[in-house]
Design a protein around this ligand. Structure first.
Ligand code: P53
Length: 479
C-alpha cells in the first residue's frame, strides 16, 4: 500500500496575523484585542489591560515584523517547498474600529501585495478571517460578540475582503478555534475568541454560549455570502480538536467523555449541520438559559454550512469519574473531571503528545460529518538551542511531526478519510498565543528574538527545514 498522500495535497505552514505581523499601528491600523495582551510566561497567563499601559511589554506590537519582512520570508517558504500558507487578515487593518463606514485602503493594499507575492511563488493562501484579534473598539463600544451588532460588522468586513481578494484567495475559514471558549474557564480564551469580558455576577457559561451563537450565525452568513461572491470558494470552520478520551472502560467514564466532547462538538455540529444540536437545547432548558436567537437566524445557520472542517491538533486529554484520581471539573456530568493520561508524555508546557490521537480525531470527525478535513495547525512548541555556527538541531520537532504525519497517512490510506492538507503551526518562529513568549518555538525557520523582545529578527534554517522539504518533495513519508 502506498504511503503517498493525494495528488494536490496542500502541504503548508500556518501562522496568524497578530502573532507574526507586528506593525500594530502602521498605515492606519486600529488597535485589536491582541494588542492589549501583555507577555505571560510558561504557566503564567497573559494579562489583558485596559488599553495600552505604558511600561508594560506587549509582544504582538512588533512580533517578528512580518509586515516588513514578508518578501524574504516568502522566499524561504518557497525554498522550503510550501504549497500553501495559512495566515489571517488583521480585521483592524481593514476596519480600524470595526464599525467604520469605509475600509482602510492601505490595509487592503498590504494583503493585495502579500497574496500576490505568495501566488507569484506558487503558494496558495489559506485565510482565516478572525484569528484572535477583533478590533478593540468593538469591545469598548459594544462589549464584543455578546452584542448582536457584531454579526453585521463581521459580515461587512468579510464581504469587503472576500470581494477584494476573490481572484487571489480560494480557501477561507471564519473564526479560529471557535471552541476554545467552550468551558469559559480562561478569561484569555473568551477575550480572544469573542472580545468579551465577564463580570463576577454574570453566568459565565450563558454569556459564552450567547457570544458563540452570535459568531456561529455570523459565520453561516459569511459562508453563504462567500459562495455568492465566488462559487469556487472553499469556506471552512476552524476547530481546536483536543479529543477527550474515557480514562477507563468504566461505563461512567465512557458517558462522561461523550458529554464533555458534546460541549466541543456543539460548535462544529452547527457549522457543519446547520442547526443547534438537541443535546444543547436540552442543556439550555435544564439550566434555564434564555438564549437570544430568531427564526431568521436559525434559517441563516441552515443556509450557511461549511465546505470543510479545518482544525488544529496538538494533544489529547482524558476524562474520569474515578474518585481517587485528581483533575479539573469541566462539565456537569456527576463527579467527572479531566485527568492526566498515564499512557502519554507531555511537552515542557504540559501539552500531552499523542500522535495516534490525530488518527482518532480524523476518524471521529469524518464519521460525524463526512466532509473534507484540513489539518490547519499541528506542531511542537519547544525551547530551541542555537549553536555557535547558527544551526538548530531540533530532532524532537522532527520526531513529533513525523509521528503525526505517519498517523495522518494511515487515516487517509487505511481509513479512507478525505484530507485536503496539512499546515503545521508556526512554520517560522512567532509569538506564542497562550504565553506571549517568543521562546516557545514551533518553526522550521528560526527567528532571532527572545522573550524580552531583544534580538536582530534575523531568520535562519533549523534542521527540520530540510526534513520537511523532503516530506513535501516526496508527497509524504519515504517508504
Ligand atoms: P501557543 C489550546 C489548545 C490548542 C490550540 O498555542 C490552542 C490553544 C490555545 O491556548 O491554540 C492554537 O502559541 C492557536 C494558535 C496558537 C497555537 O494553538 O499557546 O490557534 O494561535 O499559537 C499554539 O503554544
Amino acid at each position: 500500500m502506498t504511503k503517498e498522500f493525494p495528488k494536490n495535497f496542500l502541504w503548508g505552514g500556518a501562522v496568524a496575523a497578530h502573532q507574526i505581523e507586528g506593525a500594530y499601528d502602521a498605515d492606519g491600523r486600529g488597535l485589536s484585542c491582541a494588542d492589549v495582551m501583555t507577555a505571560g510566561s510558561n504557566g503564567v497567563e497573559r494579562e489583558i489591560t485596559d488599553g495600552i499601559v505604558s511600561g508594560k511589554y506587549y509582544p504582538n506590537h512588533e512580533a517578528i515584523d512580518f509586515y516588513h519582512h514578508y518578501k524574504e520570508d516568502i522566499k524561504l517558504f518557497q525554498e522550503l517547498g510550501l504549497k500553501a500558507f495559512r495566515t489571517s487578515i488583521s480585521w483592524s487593518r481593514i476596519f480600524p474600529n470595526g464599525d467604520d463606514e469605509l475600509p482602510n485602503e492601505a490595509g487592503l493594499q498590504f494583503y493585495d501585495a502579500l497574496f500576490d507575492e505568495l501566488l507569484a511563488n506558487g503558494i496558495e493562501p489559506v485565510i482565516t478571517l478572525s484569528h484572535f484579534e477583533i478590533p478593540y473598539h468593538l469591545y469598548t463600544e459594544y462589549g464584543g460578540f455578546r452584542n448582536k451588532k457584531l454579526i453585521d460588522f463581521f459580515v461587512k468586513y468579510a464581504k469587503t475582503v472576500m470581494t477584494r481578494y476573490q481572484h487571489k484567495v480560494k480557501y477561507w475559514m471564519t473564526f479560529n478555534e471557535i471552541n476554545n471558549q467552550a468551558d469559559g474557564q480562561s478569561a484569555l480564551h473568551v477575550w480572544t475568541n469573542s472580545a468579551v469580558k465577564i463580570a463576577d455576577d454574570e453566568n459565565k457559561e450563558e454569556v459564552v454560549f450567547q457570544a458563540a451563537l452570535n459568531e456561529l450565525i455570523a459565520s453561516a452568513k459569511v459562508v453563504k455570502l462567500g459562495h455568492e461572491i465566488n462559487p469556487d470558494f472553499q469556506i471552512g470552520c476552524m476547530m481546536a480538536y483536543v479529543p477527550i478520551y474515557a480514562y477507563s472502560c468504566s461505563p461512567l467514564d465512557a458517558m462522561a467523555a461523550v458529554k464533555v466532547m458534546e460541549r466541543r462538538y456543539f460548535y462544529s455540529d452547527i457549522h457543519a449541520r446547520g442547526h443547534i444540536p438537541r443535546y444543547t437545547l436540552k442543556y439550555w432548558e435544564k439550566q434555564g438559559y434564555q438564549m437570544d436567537y430568531s427564526a431568521d437566524e436559525l434559517q441563516a445557520l441552515a443556509d450557511g454550512t461549511v465546505d470543510y472542517i479545518g482544525f488544529s491538533y496538538y494533544m489529547s486529554n482524558a476524562e474520569t469519574t474515578i474518585a481517587e484520581l485528581d483533575g479539573q471539573m469541566i462539565s456537569d456530568f456527576p463527579n467527572a473531571k479531566m485527568t492526566k493520561n498515564p499512557y502519554i508524555k507531555a511537552s515542557d508546557w504540559g501539552w500531552q503528545i499523542d500522535p495516534v490521537g490525530l488518527r482518532y480525531v480524523l476518524n471521529a470527525v469524518y464519521e460525524r460529518y463526512e466532509k473534507p478535513l484540513f489539518i490547519v495547525e499541528n506542531g511542537f512548541g519547544a525551547y530551541d538551542k542555537k549553536e555557535a555556527d547558527g544551526s538548530v538541531h531540533d530532532d524532537y520537532r522532527i520526531d513529533y511531526l513525523r509521528a503525526h504525519i505517519e498517523q495522518m497517512e494511515k487515516a487517509v490510506n487505511e481509513d479512507g478519510v478525505e484530507l485536503m492538507g496539512y499546515t503545521p503551526w508556526g512554520v517560522i518562529d512567532i509569538v506564542s498565543f497562550g504565553s506571549g513568549e517568543m521562546e516557545k518555538r514551533y518553526g522550521m525557520i528560526y527567528v532571532d528574538k527572545d522573550n524580552q523582545g531583544n534580538g536582530t529578527l534575523a531568520r535562519s534554517k533549523k534542521d527540520s527545514f530540510a526534513w520537511y522539504h523532503d516530506i513535501i518533495d516526496h508527497n509524504g513519508l519515504e517508504e
